[in-house]
Design a protein around this ligand. Structure first.
Ligand code: ZN
Length: 269
């Protein structure tokens, strides 16, 4: 993804990168809302998603994770992390940090809109504070859906893990994610909505990857006789998606580098 992304800043040592697909998103927003409003919405989205991802990242770093980078794409953002917390409380705190930031931004926007009701953008008459508020409440609600790969899926897994174990909890949250993706995919055709279809596709794939990654981790950890077979799925060079990072050596201690899905979340608007 190197030529497709452009580094714009580094926060606390975390590179913040923009993906080329954002140009399409910006053009689409401009075509729908006009130049000023379109660019304002795009800017609001980027800042909101970046802060949401930084919320995950900074809490993750306090819990001993290493954050490789944050990438913002046209369907949201992803913080790529190494050694995500596997204990339920750690995962819960890290997953909840992003939505907490969105809630704060959303409330700020809604309160600002109520306080400055006459403020409006010249080409659409939208209140800029309300745009900030509505976007972030939307991000919050979408991310709290209790299914992988959304933050809600991680929170659900953290809650279910003590009772059912990490593997069963992951399978449950990942299946919910795929059901949700199919429903979104069907909805995307009535009327046709390419954006929603892209999100549905992303959610479906990411949910499956999360389940596969945890199956591999569990099989390897337990010394399962078929563990090397599972590992076939991840070697030698799986397609590089924004939600894949290299981890080495844990959780794999086999002496060679493995790729595993450790994506923290996505935040489609
Ligand atoms: Zn998130």
């Amino acid at each position: 993804m190197s030529w497709q992304t452009y580094r714009i800043a580094t926060v606390r040592g975390i590179p913040l990168e923009l993906h080329l697909s954002l140009v399409i998103a910006a053009l689409w927003l401009i075509s729908q809302f006009g130049w000023i409003t379109g660019l304002f919405i795009q800017l609001c989205l980027l800042v909101s998603i970046a802060l949401h991802e930084l919320g995950h990242s900074l809490v993750g770093m306090r819990l001993g994770c290493r954050v490789r980078r944050i990438v913002l794409t046209f369907i949201g953002g992803a913080a790529q992390m190494e050694h995500i917390p596997s204990r339920p409380l750690g995962e819960f705190l890290m997953a909840a940090a992003g939505p907490a930031v969105s809630l704060l931004l959303g409330l700020t926007g809604l309160l600002g809109g109520a306080y400055f009701p006459r403020l409006e953008l010249p080409d659409s008459k939208f209140n800029p504070f309300m745009i900030l508020g509505v976007l972030n409440i939307g991000l919050l609600l979408f991310n709290l859906l209790p299914a992988f790969p959304m933050d809600g899926g991680r929170i659900l897994r953290a809650v279910l893990t003590p009772r059912f174990g990490r593997l069963q909890a992951t399978i449950f949250a990942a299946r919910l994610g795929r059901i949700l993706a199919v429903l979104m995919g069907i909805r995307a055709f009535f009327p046709f909505n390419l954006f929603l279809l892209a999100i549905a596709f992303f959610v479906f794939t990411a949910a499956g990857q999360e389940e596969l990654a945890v199956r591999i981790q569990e099989a390897t950890r337990q010394g399962h006789p078929f563990a090397p077979l599972f590992n076939l799925f991840t070697t030698p060079e799986p397609p590089v998606a924004p939600d894949q990072v290299e981890v080495s050596p844990p959780p794999f201690r086999r002496g060679r580098r493995e790729r595993v899905d450790l994506e923290v979340d996505d935040s489609p608007p």
